[in-house]
Design a protein around this ligand. Structure first.
Ligand SMILES: C[S@@+](CC[C@H](N)C(=O)[O-])C[C@H]1O[C@@H](n2cnc3c(N)ncnc32)[C@H](O)[C@@H]1O
Length: 222
């Protein structure tokens, strides 16, 4: 099994300090819900986010959406050998069942996550309050790799050598800067390129290598 944690995903409900901002009030009215039940989206709420701490990285559910679409469509997932978890900036973890048919449409994805904040569980997704460290403790992986462009630079062959069953890989699901926490519990911090790449690009490299190393052997094709 390969476990992928999308860490510090910029998914959050609109925070109380923005509830009375003009743009937010009209947005919430259009959506037919109170502001506190709508996801923050920098694409739509950019001007009202000016005074929020870390505003340059917040309100980016699209990063988790694109990466989830990729991961759930991967061979590893089709073979039932992938588990995906989305950890948010406020330490909520969304457990994603492998058979989840995620909406391709971004607005529908937003609606699904907003619903999860109310009901905590649906057929395919479950949300719990949890840190990445506690999630890794729960998973009990054979090894944990933290993806970080500032980590040890590793070639594709070097990454292939690190592939094993029950591996856990942590990838940041935020657009700018570094992790907010230290994640010292990880066994290694790995860089795959000297410059920052997109979250879904890293996810694709990891899953491809896992499929061509561990999965092939497990399926008897290697
Ligand atoms: C878009 S990056 C985060 C922002 C990036 N630090 C920046 O300042 O542009 C998202 C995540 O992808 C992973 N990542 C990006 N580039 C990487 C690289 N060259 N090597 C390994 N992981 C990388 C890391 O987990 C990172 O947190």
């Amino acid at each position: 099994m390969l476990h992928v944690i999308l860490a510090e995903a910029e998914i959050e409900l609109i925070p109380p300090e923005l509830w009375n901002a003009r743009g937010i009030v009209s947005y919430a009215k259009k959506r037919g819900k109170p502001p506190g039940k709508c996801l923050l989206d920098s694409n739509l709420h950019h001007s009202t986010m000016r005074d929020l701490p870390q505003q340059e990285r917040r309100g980016r559910p699209d990063i988790a959406h694109i990466t989830l679409l990729y991961l759930l469509g991967s061979v590893a997932n089709h073979e039932g050998m992938l588990r995906v978890y989305v950890h948010t900036r406020n330490d909520e973890v969304i457990y994603v069942k492998p058979e989840t048919r995620l909406p391709r449409n971004y607005n529908r994805f937003v609606g699904l996550i907003e619903k999860l904040y109310q009901v905590e569980e649906d057929l395919f997704l479950m949300m719990r309050k949890l840190t990445v460290e506690d999630l890794v403790r729960e998973i009990k992986p054979s090894r944990t790799l933290l993806m970080d462009e500032g980590g040890t630079l590793v070639s594709p062959g070097g990454l292939a050598d690190r592939m094993r069953d029950n591996l856990c890989v942590v990838i940041g699901a935020f657009p700018h800067g570094g992790y907010n926490k230290s994640y010292d519990f990880a066994d290694e911090r790995i860089s795959l390129y000297e410059k920052p790449l997109e979250t879904w690009t890293i996810a694709s490299k990891i899953t491809c290598l896992y499929e061509y190393t561990v999965l092939r052997k497990l399926l008897g094709n290697g």
